[in-house]
Design a protein around this ligand. Structure first.
Ligand SMILES: *Cc1c(COP(=O)(O)O)cnc(C)c1O
Length: 423
């Protein structure tokens, strides 16, 4: 870092500030994590200097022999990790991975069925503001309004009526197990491709803490930077029968030169996820989420679907009254942020407010689990969250309680380094 501090102190200082923010606060954004030092080193390496359009052994540029080896290792390790027949590691993000799959198997205006964004889905699953929603026709399914969980019989009925070309499953804000076999059966019955997007839960799947979609559905997409704990990026897995179509769709279909430094980081991440300790890590993420959920319920807060099976909790704030109105997701996010607890506002089933305000809060345990925190620490954090939310309902303008919690959070968080593996 010292070289950067000499040549570009402005950027260096901002990175330092961000480092302190990460150390002193509690990162509970469900889609974030803290990568290992090894991943950081690979991503910050000279692998970024090379153009490597194409695939190992079939590049459009010379000098790719070491890049070929790195990309082959990344693909082989990903296949081993998930038991996949084929892997493509070039997608620069989860959204691009999804677009590549749609582009491989659907024509303009073909119909896809996917989970509604406001009920846990993702922008790249055909949201009207996203290219996927503008280019393809979309029929959304949601969660059952009583149980707030996926109702597979209802989804099957919808699929029989709509006859989609592709059924997409997977979510960004769904706290329960997803039944990939059920989705595949529905897709098979109506003759649709079945794609599972495991962006959020890939680490749980790799560590055996959530059932897998690989070998069950036709194509699985993922990000590498969420529970999987790798660099920012995407990846696609499928059977041999779809391998060529997927590879052609990513390149030359969607992208130019791959981010080879990130692919090196992905290879390191997959190697880490193949270690026995990663299974413990994945299980701890879920144990931590359940421990925090227990405390929040004890504190009288409402959890969408009544609890969690994975790394995230969705709080329903509609019973937290502030003078008639209820506390919004935006307010909750802001107040908790002031207390050093980073979370994000989120829509909930039957949402009445705009996505910029919302009635919910999404809380995730991957990043704090990476810092070595366990159930007891989660309970403590759960109590802090409840304390802030309840206090701001009573007196919105007094920041005394928030400053008190902030002090406690800082003292607590700074005891957990970002990198417990290096002193
Ligand atoms: C995060 C996420 C993505 C996309 O990730 P980006 O890398 O930000 O494009 C795709 N699908 C789901 C379900 C996600 O949660």
């Amino acid at each position: 870092m010292s070289y950067l501090s000499d040549t570009d102190p402005e950027i260096f200082n901002l990175i330092e500030k961000e480092r302190m923010r990460q150390i002193n606060g509690l990162e509970l954004i469900a889609s974030e994590n803290v990568v290992s030092k090894a991943v950081l080193e690979a991503v910050g390496s000279i692998m970024t200097n090379k153009y490597a359009e194409g695939y190992p052994g079939k590049r459009y540029y010379g000098g790719c022999e070491f890049h070929d080896m790195v990309e082959n290792l990344a693909r082989d390790r990903l296949c081993e990790l998930f038991g996949a027949e084929h892997a493509n590691v070039q997608a620069v993000s989860g959204s691009q991975a999804n677009q590549a799959v749609y582009f491989a198997f659907m024509q303009h205006k073909d119909l896809m069925m996917s989970q509604d964004l406001s009920q846990g889905g993702h922008l790249s699953h055909g949201s009207p503001v996203n290219i996927t929603g503008k280019w393809y026709s979309v029929s959304h399914y949601g969660v059952d309004s009583e149980t707030e969980t996926l109702d597979y019989a209802q989804i099957a009925d919808q699929a029989r009526k709509e006859k989609p070309k592709m059924i997409v499953c997977g979510a960004s804000a769904y706290p329960r197990i997803i039944d990939f076999k059920a989705f595949k059966e529905i897709a098979e019955e109506v003759g649709a491709y079945c794609m599972a997007d495991i962006a959020h839960i890939a680490g749980l799947v790799a560590g055996g803490a959530h059932p897998t979609s690989v070998g069950v559905v036709d194509i699985t997409t993922t990000t590498t930077h969420k529970t999987l704990r790798g660099p920012r990026g995407g990846a696609i897995m499928c059977g041999e029968e779809n391998a060529q179509a997927i590879d052609k769709s990513v390149f030359p279909g969607m992208q130019g030169g791959p981010l080879m430094h990130v692919i090196a980081g992905k290879a390191v991440c997959f190697h880490e996820a193949l270690q026995p300790s990663f299974k413990e890590y994945a299980k701890q993420i879920v144990k931590n989420s359940k421990a925090m959920a227990e405390v929040l319920i004890e504190e009288g807060l409402d959890l969408v679907s009544g609890g969690t099976d994975n790394h995230l909790i969705l709080l329903d704030l509609t019973n937290l009254s502030t003078n008639g109105d209820h506390l919004t997701g935006l307010e909750a996010e802001t107040y908790l942020g002031e207390a050093g607890i980073t979370v994000n506002k989120n829509t909930i089933p039957r949402e009445k407010l705009s996505p910029f305000v919302t009635s919910g809060l999404r809380i995730g345990t991957p990043a704090v689990t990476s810092r070595g925190m366990k159930e007891d620490e989660m309970k403590q954090i759960g109590h802090w969250i409840a304390r802030v939310l309840k206090d701001v309902c009573k007196n919105k303008n007094s920041k005394a309680e928030i400053s008190e919690v902030k002090k406690e959070v800082e003292a607590f968080a700074s005891k957990y380094t970002l990198y417990p593996e290096v002193s």
